[in-house]
Design a protein around this ligand. Structure first.
Ligand code: PEP
Length: 252
């Protein structure tokens, strides 16, 4: 529906081991993506497997980390810097995922996510920036307010959006099997694009990829992909299964 390149990310979350990850990479490598299709495929394994996956995955597919640190190397026990990610051939990082925003043990704030986004972009990584409302927020009619608040925090520190992909992921749809309807998703994607048009720049709004995430599978992907403002998917559960291929190829 647009000239924006279709983007499909597989968020493997905290899953897998060397054996299962090798098998999963073989599955992804077997997906036949036409060279001139413009479809972009990115896999996001847990940190310890990034290097391994980069070495096995076809060069035309990208690798994403699921998090990164706010500054460079130094006394930050347990953190991973963007320079380290680049050093092992990582192209992208997922930031602002709802699990990192909302798990009680993590509780990343809009500001932390904005700082991480800035750091990642300044380092040269692409960022898959996740936004989205909780069920209660949707029921209270606050969906757009939440998305705009999450985006505004990033817009305060980021001016160049060329290497950002926004993933709209309603929290009530993540890992629940309760996918947003194509109409529900399209409505938010359209409004988010409108926000970019008015608050950032028309050119950014026209070119920015806005992908959908939340219980996408091999069955529901096609109708979602047919929506005007849905430029791809961020896939959790189904990215660990053969149906990931159907999702990658759902854009016709
Ligand atoms: C995700 O974690 O980004 C996600 C969309 O998960 P799932 O596809 O399992 O709902």
């Amino acid at each position: 529906a647009s000239n924006r390149h279709f983007f499909v990310g597989g968020n493997w979350k905290c899953n897998g081991n060397k054996k299962s990850i090798r098998e999963l990479v073989e599955l992804v490598n077997a997906i036949h993506v036409e060279r001139n299709s413009g479809i972009e495929v990115v896999c996001a394994p847990p940190f310890p497997y990034l290097d391994f996956v980069r070495s096995l995955l076809k060069k035309e597919f990208g690798v994403a980390a699921q998090n990164c640190w706010i500054t460079g190397s130094g006394a930050y026990t347990g953190e991973v810097s963007t320079d380290m990610l680049l050093d092992v051939g990582v192209d992208w990082v997922i930031l602002g995922h709802s699990e990192r925003r909302h798990l009680p043990e993590l509780q990343e704030t809009d500001e932390t996510i904005a700082q991480k986004t800035k750091r990642a972009l300044d380092s040269g990584l692409g960022v898959i920036l996740c936004i989205g409302e909780l069920l209660q927020e949707r029921e209270e009619g606050k969906t757009l307010d939440v998305c705009k608040r999450q985006l505004s925090a990033v817009a305060k520190v980021v001016t160049d959006w060329r290497k950002v992909v926004v993933a709209y992921e309603p929290v009530w749809a993540i890992g629940t099997g309760k996918v947003a309807t194509p109409e529900q998703a399209q409505e938010v994607h359209n409004s988010v694009r409108q926000w970019f048009r008015e608050s950032i720049a028309p050119q950014v709004a026209d070119t920015l990829r806005i992908i959908y995430g939340g219980s996408v599978n091999g069955q529901n992907c096609e109708r979602l992909a047919g929506q005007k403002d849905i430029d791809g998917f961020l896939v959790g559960g189904a990215s660990l299964k053969p149906e990931f291929a159907n999702i990658v190829l759902s854009h016709r």
